[in-house]
Design a protein around this ligand. Structure first.
Ligand SMILES: NC(=O)C1=CN([C@@H]2O[C@H](COP(=O)(O)OP(=O)(O)OC[C@H]3O[C@@H](n4cnc5c(N)ncnc54)[C@H](O)[C@@H]3O)[C@@H](O)[C@H]2O)C=CC1
Ligand SMILES: NCC(=O)COP(=O)(O)O
Length: 338
């Protein structure tokens, strides 16, 4: 078997990405972590290690050789920023390096040199200022995949933790646009991709999909909104007609308590916060953001850049470690299938 490291992006170097990458690498032996190659600016990473008081070896390498260095040194594939970025002070001068890091990780993974993409958090508003056209990683990764394969790619965001897996059908859009963008096609495609990836990537033989309503009480028969009755319920019927065990629309306020969660493998929700609030409330420290529907594996911690914690030593590495572990598990499963 080829020993392929995970490709870990730097994210926004003013955020906690470098801190948690260093922290995870320091725990590599205790936790038996799958080797990773950090793709980012070596100076910025070394400066962060010094600030945190960690004396670590950082080794510049290409991805192919990262595996052999991982025991002794934190392997880094250099993508220079060309400027000093202070912790907690994001700057658009880093945008090119942040984006390049993601592009490199995807390219290496699609070539089979790295086993999966694990992304550190980016500050979307900073990248927008620099002209980045995508709402977040999820949409950017799908675009990169589409450009590489020439095939349409609908990305599906899933937050996966020990207590809950949750998917938003609409992702990074204003709440006011949700009803208009919530089409039967979007719900059907999301449920179908969730079913496929839970089955073939997560090895769940017959995934049970609970679909949330949009309105209070799932619309109360149309009295509190009509989308549940007119869009979501017919979409679920079509999903079921494909042989998928999907049910709903369920009132969203009562589908996340312990007993309700035991009845499904994933909750398909109608908008970002409907999925991410329960996911982060139930498992902020150990949930992972996974993108389904891509031709490669991508995981990420569930949190953002947490600028105020950068360089303080306070940031917890647990969600990144969960993301590295999940990427490794999915990659091992994928290798077994091929
Ligand atoms: N995958 C990604 O690239 C993501 C990026 N973001 C971006 O992050 C930026 C900041 O977003 P926020 O909403 O403030 O979310 P955030 O997750 O960065 O911070 C929310 C709260 O949690 C704390 N926190 C976050 N991670 C932590 C950790 N590892 N250990 C200890 N405490 C932690 C922060 O200090 C803050 O109090 C935004 O620009 C957003 O776009 C947000 C979520 C995911
Ligand atoms: N709130 C989740 C989030 O913003 C992560 O988005 P992405 O950058 O992984 O697309």
């Amino acid at each position: 078997m080829v020993e392929r490291p995970l490709a870990l992006t730097q994210g926004d170097p003013a955020g906690i990405g470098p801190d948690i990458a260093i922290s995870a690498w320091l725990k590599r032996k205790d936790l038996g972590l799958h080797p990773f190659v950090y793709i980012g600016d070596p100076e910025a990473l070394a400066a962060r290690a010094r600030l945190l008081g960690e004396e670590i070896q950082i080794r510049e390498t290409d991805a192919q050789d990262a595996w052999k260095h991982f025991d002794q040194a934190l392997p880094i594939l250099p993508v220079a920023i060309g400027s000093v970025i202070a912790p907690g002070r994001p700057h658009i001068v880093a945008a090119r390096s942040i984006i390049s890091s993601i592009e490199n990780a995807v390219s290496l993974t699609m070539q089979g040199i790295t086993a999966a993409v694990v992304t550190n958090p980016i500050a979307k508003s900073v990248l927008y200022e620099a002209g980045f056209k995508f709402p977040g990683h999820t949409e950017f990764l799908a675009d990169l995949a589409q450009r590489a394969t020439g095939k349409d790619c609908r990305p599906v965001m899933m937050l996966a933790g020990p207590k809950l897996r949750a998917i938003p059908v609409t992702i990074h859009i204003p709440l006011a646009d949700v009803p208009r963008r919530l089409t039967a096609d979007a719900i059907i495609e999301t449920c179908s991709i969730a079913y496929h990836d839970l089955r073939y990537r997560f090895n769940i033989a017959s995934p049970r999909i609970a679909v949330a309503g949009l309105n209070p009480h799932a619309g109360e028969d149309g009295a509190m909104g009509t989308e549940d009755r007119d869009v979501i319920a017919p979409a679920i019927e079509q999903v079921r007609a494909r042989g998928i065990n999907a049910f709903g629309p369920l009132p969203a306020d009562t589908m996340f308590h312990d007993d309700a969660r035991s009845r499904y493998d994933v909750a398909v929700c109608m908008y970002h916060d409907q999925a991410l609030i329960p996911a982060k409330a139930l498992g902020f420290d150990d949930s992972v953001n996974v993108t389904l529907g891509l031709p490669f594996i991508r995981t990420s911690p569930d949190h953002g850049t947490a600028f105020s914690l950068a360089g303080t030593g306070i940031a917890r590495d647990t969600s990144l470690i969960a993301a590295l572990r999940l990427a490794s598990r999915l990659a091992a499963h994928e290798a077994q299938q091929n």
